[in-house]
Design a protein around this ligand. Structure first.
Ligand SMILES: Nc1ncnc2c1ncn2[C@@H]1O[C@H](COP(=O)(O)OP(=O)(O)O)[C@@H](O)[C@H]1O
Ligand SMILES: [Mg+2]
Length: 238
């Protein structure tokens, strides 16, 4: 059976990469040989005529693995658009089979593969094929990164609902402070409501942190990694 976790978010810019990097480091600390994957990256800036997949590079750097970038990130596109839209404009044909076979290779080699989508779970990968279809075909449980403030109950529940409707296993929600925010009533009350109405655990709350790599943040990611590892063990018998 494949072993992986699909990191999605309620939106783009929500902190999927930030959280994935923290989790990869924490999983490594826990002794797991973790490999990242970023199947499609859009909005790549061009350097020396080549698109640079910044998310994929951050993930590779956090994992310390030695793999060609193509193995981790089969598709990189220039336009900051949903993958299917960017691919169409750039004349690239995205193949779900190619992504699946890249994932299968990695999952055979590593204890755990942490996959970051692009945008939210209903962002299109190509044509009508959405990230939730990809998570389903990869047979992966999902972790949802959400905003802390007003509106997050709605966005989190919508994402949970869409994932479950597709038959995906929702491991839980991670609330991430991607921007500096005062903790008001919406931030204080949302986690409990998401858990109760969504029937999925809030695995942790990640504070806004200008300089990651401090012990407070490490502890938070370590705790989330431990919760995820428990769920992963029960699913994958790791
Ligand atoms: N907890 C956090 N503390 C500080 N900055 C954060 C945090 N989470 C995300 N960011 C910053 O917010 C921006 C968007 O986050 P990113 O992980 O790239 O989002 P996504 O992968 O969902 O598009 C990045 O500049 C990232 O460094
Ligand atoms: Mg990202």
């Amino acid at each position: 059976m494949s072993k992986g976790i699909f990191i999605t978010g309620t939106d783009t810019g929500i902190g999927k990469t930030f959280v994935a990097v923290g989790l990869i480091k924490a999983m490594r600390e826990r002794g797991l040989n973790v490999c990242p994957m970023k199947p499609v990256e859009t909005g790549c800036r061009i350097r020396d005529g080549e698109p640079v997949p910044e998310d994929a590079l951050k993930l590779i750097n956090a994992s310390g693995i030695n793999e060609p970038v193509d193995a981790i990130n089969p598709y990189r596109l220039r336009h900051p658009l949903a993958p299917s839209v960017a691919a169409e404009i750039e004349g690239v044909k995205i193949s779900g089979k190619k992504i699946l076979s890249a994932y299968n290779k990695l999952s055979r080699k590593y204890d755990l593969v942490i996959i970051e989508g692009a945008g939210g779970i209903m962002a299109p990968v190509y044509k009508k094929y959405l990230f939730l279809d990809l998570a389903k075909d990869l047979d992966l449980p999902v972790v949802i990164v959400s905003r802390p403030g007003l509106g997050t109950i709605n966005h989190s529940l919508l994402t949970i609902e869409a994932a479950r409707h597709k038959g995906l296993n929702v491991f839980g929600v991670i609330i991430n402070y991607a921007v500096k925010t005062k903790k008001g009533l919406p931030e204080k009350t949302a986690p409990e409501v998401i858990e109760r109405l969504g029937g999925a655990p809030v695995l942790g709350v990640v504070p806004y942190t200008e300089k990651p790599g401090n012990s407070r943040l490490d502890k938070i990611f370590n705790r989330i990694a431990s919760l995820l590892q428990k769920q992963t063990v029960s699913v994958y018998k790791l």
